[in-house]
Each structure stands twice: as structure tokens, then as C-alpha cells.
Design a protein around this ligand. Structure first.
Ligand SMILES: Cc1cc2nc3c(=O)[nH]c(=O)nc-3n(C[C@H](O)[C@H](O)[C@H](O)COP(=O)(O)O)c2cc1C
Length: 131
């Protein structure tokens, strides 16, 4: 099973969730602005996360989604953090669907900074969804 975790995080909240999910599935969480973030090999499960800023996604994540090779991704799972709105989940799912990537309905969400308990849940979520 080939699993990848990609995220964009301005202030660390989404990064924390990404790293917890990555820990659960035994891979490294990679920021989409890193050179290593490109999906070059087929992946079975791609976890993708980002936060909501002024009711939109950060441009780094938008660009990443628009450049993703959908033919290499069997399935995607979304995660996000925000103050209150879960619109980021819809926006990320939409970006993935536009690449014809099947997206799991279930997602992981943390209200602002994840607590230790939320990070533990994220780790378990990763394990559960990486099948
Ligand atoms: C400039 C800015 C705009 C934001 N706009 C929204 C928003 O429209 N709705 C919302 O629920 N949260 C909003 N937030 C809250 C962030 O989504 C939240 O703090 C998130 O956890 C940040 O994730 P990060 O630390 O991974 O960057 C905003 C935060 C900032 C800094």
C-alpha cells in the first residue's frame, strides 16, 4: 500500500494534523510547497489537507491541486482546520474531484489548533482510512 500525506499550513495547525495522520500511517507529511511534494508514483491513498483563509484555500494548495496528476491517485482523503467553517473541506474535495480522483466522504477536521487528544484522533483516523 502506497500512502502519501500532503498539506499546506500557514501557522502550524494543519501541519500538526498532517503529521499525526502521517505518524498513523507510517509516512512523512510533506508540505505542498516542498519540492518533494509532487506525486510521481501511483498512490493508493493520498491524504490532502489545508485550512480556510477568508473563505478560500491558500494559493499554494490551490496550485498544487490544479497541477496534481489525477491518474496516479487511486483515492483521496481530506483533512482541514479552521476557526469555524468547514468550507475548506468542500473546496479541497472539489479540487480533487476536478482531477477525477475518488474522494472519501469522511474527512478529519480540527477546530483551530489541535489538542493532544485531537492529534491522537488524527493518528487513528489515518490508520482507519489507509485501507
Ligand atoms: C487571514 C486568515 C483568514 C481566515 N479566514 C477564516 C475563515 O474565513 N473561516 C474560518 O473558519 N477560519 C478562518 N481562519 C482561521 C484558520 O483557518 C485557522 O486558524 C487554521 O487552523 C489555520 O491553519 P494553519 O495553522 O494550518 O495555517 C482564518 C485565518 C487567517 C489567518
Amino acid at each position: 500500500m502506497n500512502i502519501a500525506v500532503r498539506y499546506y499550513s500557514r501557522s502550524g495547525n494543519t501541519k500538526g494534523v498532517a503529521e499525526a495522520i502521517a505518524k498513523g500511517v507510517g509516512v512523512e507529511a510533506i508540505s505542498v510547497d516542498s519540492e518533494d511534494s509532487k506525486i510521481n508514483e501511483d498512490v493508493d491513498v493520498l491524504f490532502v489537507g489545508g485550512a480556510l483563509y477568508a473563505y478560500g484555500l491558500d494559493k499554494h494548495l490551490k496550485t498544487y491541486l490544479s497541477e496534481l496528476d489525477g491518474s496516479k491517485v487511486k483515492k483521496a482523503v481530506v483533512f482541514s482546520t479552521s476557526w469555524i467553517s468547514k468550507h475548506s473541506i468542500d473546496l479541497i474535495k472539489k479540487g480533487l474531484s476536478e482531477k477525477n480522483i475518488p474522494v472519501e466522504e469522511e474527512y478529519f477536521y480540527s477546530k483551530s489548533a489541535p489538542t493532544d487528544a485531537v492529534l491522537k484522533e488524527a493518528e487513528e483516523f489515518g490508520k482507519k482510512m489507509a485501507v
